[in-house]
Design a protein around this ligand. Structure first.
Ligand code: APR
Ligand code: PHB
Length: 389
């Protein structure tokens, strides 16, 4: 088999890239380790920046997002019983869209299938060959059969646990990592959200987040120990703890109900440099991870896809390789800013096991500064709605 771009991973990065390339007549094949249902069963954040929305439109997959997504013009931040609002519209003239990553992925699969896109599910043993030469190829097995695809380029969109990053020799890359000493216990419930806007809560019992998917589906999180197991937390214990971490007036109006999903996610900051090795380009979680505070994961993957798509279009349609040559540099410049924001916002909102009395006062002073300073609110808003590509 032969194609122009082999895309490893059928998550949002790989699917979006494949669909965008299709709109320009550039061929790709997507190789996905899991089944379609497995990919669509994963619950991830659901806040889209303007840049991601624009890419969905460019890919021709924005109809359902426009109909079902909810525009958010601000967000709420609380510490103890103090609640204040960051006005995105006022500070940036724009907003974000609440639309689940599961929905994004569903729309992308539907579009790839409608246009005859080639996606191989349940592939095993994906191996990238000769990425540092002129004629790379990828081998894998599917249904017990060995396959080979020759290509011009390989896009490594296979997430943090994929093969692409590790196909780059150790000596040719450098990794930067911070692991946070806690996790997020998340619950999805068929209840109306406690507030129209997302609440980020700093409390002495730890961080809490009140988010939503739609007006009958809520997503809540509480900071927990990584030693906890989801089954240790009954629904009742979860709701009790959440109520203790958000302002009393919000807790009083919280509607609780059975959880339909409950899971614990670790928090990590991670970047690998460079994001390109010869004809292999890393995209999304394969190259970087952010802690979920601020919902930058999917949006940072989207900016990589934008730079790679632009570079591939220049290569195939304009005959210049400048975009591909500069892909890693451009993508990383934006990645590091998203890393900084996610790290800063996480540091501001969580309780750390080793926090001293001084550290706690610093956190409090920073929250009070943010509540009272227009400049600080503008800086948060600018990052939250997404820095320019
Ligand atoms: N071969 C083929 N596919 C693989 C392999 C492999 N060896 N390893 C992983 N995959 C697949 C995974 O099954 C997954 O479907 O690659 C896909 C990667 O998807 P994501 O992990 O969702 O990463 P990405 O598409 O970059 O999306 C970034 O998703 O993970 C969230 O927080 C992240 O929101 C961000 C966004
Ligand atoms: C979510 O809705 O899952 C969500 C929202 C905002 C975040 C993280 C997660 O910062």
């Amino acid at each position: 088999m032969r194609t122009q771009v082999v895309i490893i991973g059928g998550g949002p990065s790989g699917l979006l890239l494949s669909q965008l390339l299709y709109t320009k007549g550039i061929d790709s094949i997507v190789l996905e380790r899991q089944t379609r249902d497995h990919v669509l069963g994963r619950i991830r954040a659901g806040v889209l920046e303007q840049g991601m929305m624009a890419l969905m439109a460019e890919a021709g997959v924005d109809a359902r997002m426009k109909a079902k997504g909810i525009a958010h013009h601000g967000t709420l931040i609380s510490y103890d019983d103090t609640l204040f609002r960051i006005d995105f519209q006022k500070h940036t003239g724009t907003s974000v869209m609440v639309y689940g990553q599961t929905e994004v992925t569903q729309d992308l699969y539907a579009a790839r299938e409608a246009h005859g896109g080639q996606i191989e599910f349940e592939v095993a043993g994906v191996t990238i060959h000769d990425a540092d030469r002129d004629a790379p190829y990828v081998t894998y097995t599917v249904g017990g059969q060995e396959r080979r695809i020759d290509c011009d380029f390989v896009a490594g969109c296979d997430g943090f646990h994929g093969v692409s990053r590790n196909s780059i020799p150790q000596r040719s890359r450098r990794e930067f990592e911070k692991v946070y000493p806690f996790g997020w216990l998340g619950v999805l419930s068929e209840t109306p959200p406690v507030n129209d806007e997302i609440i980020y809560a700093n409390s002495e019992r730890g961080f809490a987040l009140c988010s939503m998917r739609n007006d009958q589906l809520s997503r809540y999180y509480i900071q927990c120990s990584m030693a906890d197991k989801p089954q240790d937390w009954s629904d009742d214990a979860f709701w009790q703890e959440l109520k203790r971490r958000i302002p009393q007036d919000q807790a009083a109006q919280l509607v609780t109900g059975p959880s339909i999903e409950k899971s614990i996610a670790p928090l990590r900051s991670f970047v690998t440099e460079p994001m390109r090795w010869g004809r292999l380009f890393l995209c999304g979680d394969a190259a970087h991870i952010v802690p979920p505070t601020g919902a930058k994961g999917l949006n940072t993957a989207a900016s990589d896809v934008h730079y790679l798509f632009t570079g591939l279009c220049q290569h195939y349609l304009d005959g210049t390789d400048e975009g591909l040559e500069r892909y890693s540099e451009k993508a990383l410049a934006r990645v590091w800013k998203a890393e900084r924001f996610s790290w800063w916002f996480s540091s501001l909102m969580h309780r750390y096991p080793d926090q001293s009395a001084f550290d706690l006062r610093m956190q409090r002073a920073e929250l009070e500064f943010l509540r009272s300073s227009d400049a600080a609110q503008k800086a948060l808003a600018e990052n939250y709605v997404g820095l320019p590509y």
